[in-house]
Design a protein around this ligand. Structure first.
Ligand SMILES: [Zn+2]
Length: 74
């Protein structure tokens, strides 16, 4: 898995609240050898937790995704 694939999977699993154990294991395996992705994961978790209060609905995940992707493109 490269970092782009990892990033896509991260969103799948964040949307599902880490309920997909197989995907989650793949993500963890990658993070163990990739510090930038580990940092991203911590960042995503904080953003998601922060936005959850004001959002709370499924439809918000698209907004969050677009916002975070914009951040990383800078
Ligand atoms: Zn990576």
């Amino acid at each position: 898995m490269n970092c782009d694939e990892w990033f896509e999977k991260l969103y799948q699993i964040l949307d599902a609240d880490l309920s997909n154990k197989a995907v989650w294991k793949d993500l963890q395996d990658h993070m163990k050898g990739c510090q930038p992705c580990w940092d991203r994961f911590e960042f995503e978790k904080r953003i998601k937790a922060r936005l959850k209060d004001s959002c709370g609905k499924e439809s918000c995940s698209e907004t969050i995704r677009a916002r975070i992707k914009a951040l990383f493109k800078k």
